[in-house]
Each structure stands twice: as structure tokens, then as C-alpha cells.
Write a protein that binds this ligand. Structure first.
Ligand SMILES: [Ca+2]
Ligand SMILES: [Ca+2]
Length: 192
């Protein structure tokens, strides 16, 4: 910071990202260029992030969900997203690997970042996800999934835990992999 070289990506970060994401150097440089253009300060603030979500999901209330997604991407907890966090986020949420997406989903549900998911955290994220579903789609949901409370109850049920127990990452991933229905409950996309 305070250095005019801020427009170039450091070799260290480039090397780091190549290893952790398998994106090519060309891809990373292209993304970096776009990132710099859209975000000259080099940091995405929570407000900017929420605006992006609002633009993408005009028919739903995306703010709460956007806040949680932001928190899950802000791995160093400094209240902004830098280029590295942005690319890791892109890597985790796009592309094919289900397990990688589930690792991210775990961090989304682990609201207080203590490495475990509680039933209260499941409820909180189910509320946020529910608001992402457009009103008319909400009305078409199955009777046992048409409120955030019912969805949280149903999702928690797949993990075979008591209400006061907590879920580790491996248990969360396994539970979702074993139950196709759990997979759709952790997302906001309309079903089929
Ligand atoms: Ca950060
Ligand atoms: Ca937690």
C-alpha cells in the first residue's frame, strides 16, 4: 500500500493462486485486469457486494444472503474482499467439483466461523436462502419446505444430530452427499 506498483499482481500471489485453484496464469491475469477495472481500490466492500447480488436477483431479497456469502469469502476477516479472496471464491463456487462447493457451503453455514455448524446457524442460513427464492416460486414449494423453519428442520434432520449437538465439516459434507434432498435445501435455486 502507498506504492504505485499496486496495479500489478505480485508474483507471490500469482504463484499462490495458481497452486490453490489450478487456474492458468493467463486466466488469472485476465481476471486481475477486470477486477482492477471494476474495483480500482483493489477491495470489494460489503455494500458493493450486496449491490451485485441485488442486480443479479431483482425478484428476491438478496441482502441477507449476500452478507453471509461475503462473510464466507472474507477469509482473513478484515471486512473487505481482496483479489485473492475473490478468486478463491470463484474457484470454490464455480466449476464442477461438488465436494469443493460443499466445503464452501460449510463455511457459509458456519456463521461464527468456529469450525462447527449448530442448528441455530442452519436456521439462520435457511432464512437467508428462503428470501432468495422469488415469491411466486415460494408458493410452489412442497408443504414441508415452504417456510424457512420447515426447511431448517428438514435439513437438520438429514444429519442425525440432536438439537443441541453440532456438525463438523466432514459430517456436513457427508450428510449432504448422502441425501440428494439436502443438497437442494442448502441452495436457493428453484427445484428442477
Ligand atoms: Ca478480506
Ligand atoms: Ca459455528
Amino acid at each position: 500500500m502507498g506504492n504505485s506498483k499496486s496495479s500489478a499482481m505480485s508474483r507471490e500471489i500469482l504463484k499462490d493462486l495458481k497452486i490453490s485453484t489450478n487456474f492458468s496464469e493467463d486466466e488469472l491475469c485476465q481476471w486481475y485486469e477486470n477486477f482492477q477495472k471494476q474495483c480500482p481500490s483493489g477491495r470489494i466492500a460489503p455494500d458493493d457486494f450486496e449491490k451485485i447480488y441485488e442486480r443479479f436477483f431483482p425478484d428476491s431479497d438478496a441482502t441477507t444472503y449476500a452478507k453471509h456469502v461475503f462473510r464466507s469469502f472474507d477469509t482473513n476477516d478484515d471486512g473487505t474482499l481482496d483479489f485473492k479472496e475473490y478468486i478463491i471464491a470463484l474457484h470454490m463456487t464455480s466449476g464442477g467439483k461438488t465436494e469443493r462447493k460443499l466445503e464452501w457451503a460449510f463455511s457459509l453455514f458456519d456463521v461464527d466461523k468456529n469450525g462447527y455448524i449448530t442448528k441455530a446457524e442452519v436456521s439462520e442460513i435457511c432464512q437467508a436462502i428462503f428470501k432468495m427464492i422469488p415469491k411466486e416460486d415460494q408458493e410452489r414449494l412442497p408443504a414441508d419446505e415452504n417456510t424457512p423453519e420447515k426447511r431448517a428442520e428438514k435439513l437438520w434432520g438429514y444429519f442425525n444430530k440432536k438439537d443441541n449437538e453440532r456438525l463438523a465439516e466432514g459430517e456436513f459434507i457427508q450428510g449432504v452427499m448422502d441425501n440428494e434432498n439436502a443438497l437442494h435445501l442448502i441452495q436457493y435455486e428453484p427445484i428442477k
